[in-house]
Design a protein around this ligand. Structure first.
Ligand SMILES: [Zn+2]
Length: 76
């Protein structure tokens, strides 16, 4: 039993920095939500509360893409 919700395509969200999966929203009891990677609980997930895609995006920027192919001014 799980309460995963997919995030509508119209909402911009980054892919998991570890595996590149599109995140899902997990609804837990008490009306709390977690934005998480569908692949593995050890990948980044937001703290439970409101649906916080901004927080997910902040924690999943650029790392999945190999840095060496990009302008070195981006620190990673
Ligand atoms: Zn992942």
């Amino acid at each position: 039993m799980n309460g995963y919700l997919t995030i509508p395509k119209s909402i911009y969200c980054k892919l998991c920095k570890t595996c590149g999966a599109r995140p899902v929203i997990k609804a837990s009891e008490a009306g709390l939500y977690v934005v998480k990677c569908p692949t593995d609980d050890r990948h980044y997930q937001t703290r439970s509360g409101l649906i916080d895609i901004d927080d997910w995006n902040r924690h999943n920027s650029v790392f999945y893409v190999p840095c060496r192919d990009f302008n070195p001014q981006v620190s990673c």
